[in-house]
Design a binder for this molecule. Structure first.
Ligand code: SAM
Length: 324
């Protein structure tokens, strides 16, 4: 009896297999000869980076991680080890946040300067928010995520990593509304906007059944992603001030969710009277070429391809400057 129940509760087509089938078809064509190597990397264990928390005993944490084989990739190294989850130091603040090291690149590309007003439009669970706050340069940070439960998670992340005095009500404002509304709510406001959109989260979709967007019941939601992404990017462009800069980012290889979304959003924004131009990130990518495997000859933006010797990503990011 138990066996029959077990048999019926197994999905006939696991979402992870559906994801792999889809990727074989789409990325096989899109990436050509590169696909087999990217495929095997995405199915293998991913590498992590540790974002050192400057609000903790950072020097001590750095030493601890170096003993585990970590190198500071922002300068010239590569993060090498598997790290244990961070433990609180004496102050109670956690020493580091584990994330895909490549997901730091969109934040670095945003190039936040002293006193900037910054919007993090789709912010939860907060890895990039935390990285933004590490700069200790931001004048005002607006943090938003549509999902109330994920916004609560983000608050818990901030509580664990950033002392309260660094995110008082007037410096960090946390909201939970539809990011597509930000164009109307906060038009022409921010020096910098990060639009880190929901996507097919390719690595997760290949490895985890839980919350998998390739589940048959989520097909419509998946098909609507490029539209939602473009609307969020348009809202981000509207919320930036003329002269301000916007970084669009995803963790998918899909051109439909990457380059095409950027093109579509530029087109829609133009019709609404907003002009923006894609910024050349080639020099930026060269700075990190020893650590990450960038896709050759990208058409718009930069794409970090998973590789067995540098198993980070996929992360796509594209920088836009609003001119009017
Ligand atoms: N930036 C986050 C980080 O680094 O930890 C990851 C963001 S995740 C890729 C995308 C987020 O977009 C999800 O938390 C999801 O709840 C949020 N989201 C989905 N639809 C949204 C919308 N219409 N407006 C704002 N946020 C939305």
């Amino acid at each position: 009896r138990m066996k029959a129940k077990w048999a019926t509760s197994q999905p006939k087509f696991p979402s992870t297999s559906l994801a792999l089938q889809n990727f074989d078809m789409v990325y096989g064509t899109q990436l050509g000869d590169l696909w087999p190597s990217v495929r095997v990397s995405m199915l293998s264990e991913q590498k992590y980076g540790a974002l050192i928390n400057n609000f903790s005993e950072a020097a001590e944490v750095m030493e601890e991680l170096q003993l585990q084989g970590a190198l500071d990739f922002v300068y010239n190294g590569m993060v090498k080890s598997r790290f244990k989850p961070a433990r609180p130091h004496n102050s109670g603040t956690l020493g580091y946040y584990l994330m895909d090291a490549a997901s730091l690149l969109p934040v670095l590309a945003l190039d936040v300067q002293e006193g900037h007003t910054v919007l993090d439009l789709c912010a939860a669970p907060g890895g990039k928010t935390l990285a933004l706050l590490q700069t200790q340069a931001i004048g005002h940070l607006a943090v938003n995520d549509f999902s109330a439960s994920r916004t609560s998670r983000l608050r818990r992340v901030l509580q664990s990593y950033v002392p309260r005095e660094y995110w008082s009500e007037d410096t960090v404002q946390i909201t939970s509304c539809d990011g597509r509304k930000f164009g109307e709510l906060e038009r022409d406001t921010f020096d910098r906007v990060l639009v880190d959109v929901p996507c097919t989260t390719d690595r997760h979709s290949l490895l985890e059944e839980d919350n998998n967007i390739f589940k048959k019941t989520r097909m419509k939601e998946r098909q609507k992603l490029p539209l939602l992404q473009a609307q969020l990017l348009v809202a981000g462009l509207e919320a930036a001030r003329p002269g301000g800069e916007v970084v669009y980012s995803t963790c998918t290889l899909s051109q439909l969710q990457n380059e095409y979304v950027v093109e579509q959003a530029l087109h829609v924004a133009q019709e609404a009277g907003i002009t923006a131009h894609v910024q050349d990130l080639r020099a930026f990518a060269r700075l990190f070429a020893a650590t990450f495997h960038f896709a050759p000859n990208p058409r718009l933006g930069e794409l970090v391809l998973p590789h067995l010797t540098a198993n980070f990503g996929p992360i796509y990011f594209c920088k836009l400057r609003r001119t009017s």
